[in-house]
Design a binder for this molecule. Structure first.
Ligand SMILES: *[C@@H]1O[C@H](CO)[C@@H](O)[C@H](O)[C@H]1NC(C)=O
Ligand SMILES: *[C@@H]1O[C@H](CO)[C@@H](O)[C@H](O)[C@H]1NC(C)=O
Length: 335
């Protein structure tokens, strides 16, 4: 008697789970967990924002790869980025002071429904007893803050992230907001939400993440004289357009998890190497001999132009504490 359809299906079912969950777990998973999208941040850009989200694949089209201020390669794609070492810089073909179109572009500005044509990068990190989902936002340009009348900390390329820590059952527990070189952690119950989704405010120009609207002090920089501004401007729903990945810190392995929208269609050909590239996503800090550069009081932190940032995998994704900087990480229970 030929194998019945039912017994064939049964035989298949006994094989499929073995493929879906091999020893070591996450590597064969097809998609990021649904709870990562259900609880994804409800992100607000600031109402006066002029430097919008960018697609990383579009950003690199406007960059050469430079080392020590000289071209190593005139062009690069996400697929070739990791051919270059950690001392290299994506460097704008254009003089940023001429406001090139890629720098001021609005294609990534979310529409009225929260959709941005610039895919977010969502990275899921499974750990012992919990799951961290990191929501990365990329912008082609960081427009710095005014300090003592001069604008400091402009740079090409800007990575920010918020992170939600879930129980292994997918229940949100904590939320982390990155801001400049540090950030703030809260309990999930403490933060403002739209439905079940934590609100993330992205500051004007700097795109630093905060849990509240208003004027925000930037602690790491010279006292409290530098501030960020947040409010409920354009709503950005990262769940509508993203590239999705799993990351295993122990083996330093990135696995493509697919995504939705524009980024997802590009994802297969891009592979995952670009996340391993350890170089800088924007121009190296212009020397003071460059006429565009000036540094207030001769202090490096107060230079008009600073160096572009490194990418997502350098943001301590293997952390045990909720904060990127684990020492002295306090989880606030109210805003
Ligand atoms: C790098 O190469 C590109 C393309 O040839 C060129 O437009 C750009 O000016 C070069 N940049 C530098 C810093 O040499
Ligand atoms: C990094 O790459 C640049 C450009 O190819 C090269 O000149 C430099 O020696 C490399 N540095 C290291 C540490 O490999």
């Amino acid at each position: 008697m030929p194998l019945s359809f039912a017994s064939a299906a049964l035989a298949l079912a006994s094989i499929v789970p073995a493929l879906a969950a091999p020893a070591g777990g996450l590597l064969k998973r097809a998609a990021i967990p649904s709870y990562a999208l259900t609880y994804a941040p409800y992100t607000y850009l600031q109402s006066g924002e002029g430097w919008f989200p960018s697609d990383v694949a579009t950003h690199v089209k406007h960059m050469s790869v430079d080392y020590n201020y000289k071209n190593v390669s005139a062009s690069v794609t996400l697929g070739t980025l990791n051919n270059y070492n950690s001392s290299t810089f994506l460097t704008s073909y254009d003089d940023v002071e001429t406001n090139p179109a890629w720098l001021t572009s609005t294609y990534g500005k979310p529409n009225g429904k929260g959709y941005s044509a610039a895919p977010a990068t969502i990275i899921v990190v499974e750990k012992s007893g919990f799951v961290d989902v990191c929501y990365f936002y990329f912008y082609s340009y960081n427009h710095g803050s005014l300090v003592l009348g001069s604008r400091v900390d402009n740079h090409v390329g800007d990575w920010e992230h918020s992170m939600i820590r879930f129980s292994t059952a997918g229940v949100p527990q904590n939320v982390y907001y990155s801001a400049h070189s540090s950030g703030t952690a809260y309990t999930y119950s403490a933060v403002s939400k739209v439905g079940v989704r934590p609100i993330v405010y992205s500051a004007a120009g700097s795109h630093a993440n905060y849990a509240t609207a208003g004027t925000q002090k930037i602690y790491p920089i010279v006292g409290n004289i530098v501030t960020d501004t947040t409010d409920a401007g354009p709503y950005w729903d990262v769940a509508q357009n993203y590239r999705g990945y799993y990351y295993d810190p122990a083996s330093n392995t990135v696995t493509s998890a697919g995504g939705v929208g524009f980024g997802a269609t590009e994802q297969a050909s891009e592979k995952v190497d670009w996340l391993h590239w350890a170089g800088m996503w924007g121009d190296e800090q212009y020397p003071t001999s460059d006429k565009r550069q000036s540094c207030a009081l001769g202090i490096d932190d107060l230079c008009h132009y600073q160096t572009g940032p490194t990418g997502p995998l350098t943001k301590n994704l293997g952390r045990t504490a909720v904060c990127q900087k684990e020492d002295g990480c306090t989880i606030k229970t109210k805003l």
